[in-house]
Design a protein around this ligand. Sequence first.
Ligand code: M6R
Length: 573
Amino acid sequence: MCGICVCVGSVNAVKKVFDGLKILEYRGYDSSGIAFIENDKIKCVKTVGDISNLEEKISSLQSNIAIGHTRWATHGGVTIENAHPHLSASKNLAIVHNGIVENYKELKKEFNISTTSQTDSEVFCDLIEKENGSLLEKTISASKLVKGGFAIALLSNLGEVVLAKRENPLYVAQTSFGVMATSDIYVFCDITQKYYTLSDDEFAKIENGKIFFFDKNGKKIKKKCEKIKKNLKKVEIFEKTHMKSEILETKNSLFMTYKNYQSGKLFEKIFLPKKLESICLIACGTAYHSALQGAMYFKKIKIPSQAYIASEFRYGDEILNKNTLYILISQSGETLDTIACAKMLKEKGMALLALTNTENCYLNQICQNILPTFAGKEIAVASTKAYSCQVFVLYLFSLFLSGKFLDKKKDIEDFLKELSLTDIDEEIVDYVASFEKIFFVGRGFDYITALESSLKLKEITYINSFAICAGELKHGTLALVDDKTIVISFCTFKKTKEKLFSNLEEIIARGGKVLVVSDEIVPFKSVRLPTFLEEFMPIVSVIPMQFLALKICEKLGYNPDKPKNLAKSVTVE
Ligand code: M6R
């Protein structure tokens, strides 16, 4: 959420920052802006909406120092005033900020700060300016007053640049043309081979083309350089949108994931609790849905398991157990609530395992065990291929825990070979889109596919939809069913097939229409799936629903990659 990019030392610093922001745009696309030095003064260019709006404004600008930002609005609406960078009262200091200053109202009052925007970020900037000492010293003391997580870059009219980080990601690198800093290492692809990761409450100063690191007491520290992994490549898409590309990449992503797991070595490296009594899976959004599927796989091998929403878990009264394995699932590895759970569990000495799709993410740094998914970078806000890979890895892990991993080799390889991604006919798309209300139902693991399908639809089409266990309909929700309703039902969980059909008849009897997604011939209008072993069906049946959401979104004229009000990584509470 929010992207930061800094360039110091290049004659084309403004352009370099703009190029970085284009890569970061998926982190927030409400507004963007760049601050730079011109004639010893800080100048700022900002726009609202698509980053292409910024391009014309910066095309003629030259400066060898610039800081930039793409915004996902938290405090204050989507306006030019609220767009970053923000300037201090004297206009001698500029800030770009990712995160939330939770106590900004109190700070504003206590330090008598008046602002021109409604943002917490501007307060942070003024707070720093009011402190004493060098820019670095001021930043360190102001940070101590701030509650909440942040990643900031500061630029003074004297050309000083300071970086600070707590919870939100920030990376910095020495490149052939100068120093670059960013909130996503993807910006470094093709620019540098080595970079540094700022840890919590660490600071950096960029001076005379060099990077100096400091701890929270202002003491100079040495940091280890990290290498950019070879497989970290700039994303190229062959379709009109990232989302379509990413759905179509699912098969390859699953294949790559399996390739890395087939020897079983990645599982063998995991430190499990001495006596594994239960598994607790924690995540948000789509990753939470894969956690629900995972819990089903683990229960199947008789390990008591439960999935939790991270934002609930962290404030709940869950009873912790040293013999429980806590699996934290996150595509980005940056989701604040999931990270907060990981930190809390780590403090209490619990066994943690991160299931992530992003190397070197914060979550991986916290957890002692890591299971990566090899889905490749996911840019579209709506998670698709990463979800399928999360479900797949959880399935493979359940096999490993049951000791049956190698026995299932042939089934897995057959599945990967024969898997074809079920698209959805235009006629069905038009049919579904013609209804006012779209509900999703299922039983067993089909219910989880219903939850995920409904989220995809809401997220990119803005159609109000929800998912419910098929058997629950008659306990209240059936009251909503009428001839303006379509109920999309999944039928791959064989144990309750007949019961599900009765539930669907009850809908039809009330004037509702049904569409069944199944690998069998069913006595209803249907989307036909290829048949695989039941445990693979959650991966198979979600695909046509991702296409359905995408196609309705396109028909409505929306951009599926940038749904309104959302951003890819949720780094605030
Ligand atoms: O990066 P994460 O997997 O932790 O993200 C969690 C959710 O924010 C994410 O899955 C979100 O629900 C997706 N945009 C849904 O498509």
